[in-house]
Design a protein around this ligand. Structure first.
Ligand SMILES: *Cc1c(COP(=O)(O)O)cnc(C)c1O
Length: 432
């Protein structure tokens, strides 16, 4: 048999006409059980689906379940204050408003995060400034953050991307030096540890997501945590019609007390109470299955499975590898096609790079005249687009990612995933 000919028979790649490695679909992730159903039923039967009132008084803080959920969240994460909201996005808006962002101030963020982070900055007429990311964890690079700081920088919005903490100690030290605040978007890393502390509890404010796609969820929802009572109070105000409430609730700081309605309902809070109980076990299963896969993929040339930083745990919202096509001679797109053809679901060839969104490249946000970048007296020279975050742009051409949180990926599934990768790597010469 000639070595040049593609392998034939059952070993042949599905992409080249062979049989698929797996025809059975992978089960979607589910974090719910009977407990959630019963908890919601009780709320519905009580008839009280929300108790919030947008006026100063006892009901300003919401109903029984909302308060109980906040207490339990604070206890679990060992922080004095937890403020529930109806999404992580609205939580970020509360957090940025609470720290007193002024129009035209700059907030540093990552290009590899959800666009919600940039929107939450723009809501306060502040200027998003993108720092570049690291090749190891895909999190913000502290050196790049430092290089982006100006006298207008008011905060750093750091995302713990894919389920692992950013370099929080370095970032907190930079913030301290420049007397600015740090807000952590931990939507993808609930329950992950950074040096024995929960992700979200290191920065001035941590913001979690409870949307349907996350490790634990309430359909839609979010929670902000902080050690600072003043920030907690300001977030409670922004969550719930601040402008009206402060007519009767004394406050010494009116900045950004434009209130929204970001309130969580009683059903979501009741779901959240049950989901939180399950978080440690659910996060552990994500970690365990991903580590099992990594042990297998480490053997494949040109592929770097996600590294885990020292003194950290990773809860794998996504499982993102780096691929070096010079090591194999096979283009990344071919590898991805081959993996998908074998039956591997939800393979991702890129992440967000939000600095390339049309809104930024064209600097059009509020209205048509470039506000807030053109704000009189505070014109901004910040520009966006290709070349401003070269590492983030390059990594988008080198990653192969799996939506780890979207599927169950039990032991048998991980075996199937590993076998698919191994089959593709056994046939690299057929793809070259
Ligand atoms: C999911 C997610 C959000 C948005 O969360 P919502 O609760 O849907 O608003 C923000 N940032 C990151 C990194 C996310 O993964």
């Amino acid at each position: 048999m000639s070595l040049e000919l593609p392998k034939s028979g059952s070993g042949r790649l599905a992409l080249l006409g062979g049989p698929k490695s797996t025809t059975e679909p992978f089960a979607f992730y589910r974090s719910f059980g009977r407990e959630e159903v019963e908890a919601v039923q009780k709320v519905v039967e009580s008839g009280v689906l929300s108790k919030f009132i947008g006026a100063w008084g006892e009901d300003f803080y919401g109903g029984e379940k909302v308060k109980e959920f906040e207490n339990r969240w604070a206890e679990f994460f060992q922080v004095p204050h937890a403020v529930t909201v109806n999404s992580n996005t609205s939580g970020l808006m509360c957090a940025l408003g609470a720290v007193g962002i002024e129009p035209g101030d700059e907030v540093i963020l990552s290009p590899w995060t959800m666009s919600a982070d940039a929107a939450a900055i723009l809501v306060w007429n502040a200027i998003p400034v993108f720092a570049d990311i690291e090749t190891t964890t895909f999190n913000l690079d502290p050196r790049s953050i430092e290089s982006k700081i100006t006298e207008r920088t008011k905060a750093i919005l750091v995302t713990d991307i894919f389920g692992q903490a950013a370099q929080l100690d370095s970032i907190m030290a930079i913030a301290k030096k420049h007397k600015i605040k740090v807000i952590e978007d931990c939507a993808q890393a609930p329950g992950a540890l950074y040096k024995n502390k929960y992700v979200g509890t290191v920065a001035d404010i941590g913001v979690f997501s409870l949307n349907y796609h996350k490790h634990i969820h309430t359909g839609e929802g979010g929670v902000c945590v902080t050690r600072d009572a003043h920030l907690a109070e300001r977030m409670q105000l922004i969550r719930n019609h601040a402008e009206s409430v402060v007519a009767r609730k004394p406050t010494d700081d009116l900045r950004n007390l434009i209130g929204f309605n970001f309130r969580m309902g009683e059903m979501e809070a009741a779901l959240g109470i049950e989901q939180l109980k399950k978080l440690p076990a659910l996060a552990r299963t994500k970690t365990k299955s991903a580590e099992d896969l990594t042990a297998r993929l480490l053997k494949l040339k040109g592929l770097r499975p996600p590294p885990v930083m020292e003194d950290c745990t990773h809860v794998y919202y996504m499982y993102v590898c780096l691929y070096d096509e010079t090591a194999t001679g096979v283009p990344r797109t071919k590898i991805i096609q081959a993996l998908e053809a074998e039956g591997l679901p939800a393979v991702r060839s890129g992440y967000t790079n939000i600095h390339l969104l049309p809104m930024f490249e064209k600097r059009i946000a509020y209205g048509s005249k470039g506000f807030p970048w053109t704000m009189p007296g505070r014109e901004s020279s910040v520009t966006y687009g290709r070349g401003t975050c070269p590492v983030a742009e390059r990594l988008n051409e080198q990653m192969i990612g799996l939506l780890w949180c979207s599927y169950q990926f039990d032991e048998a599934d991980v075996e199937r995933v590993a076998k698919i990768f191994e089959k593709v790597w056994d046939h690299l010469e057929d793809l070259a």
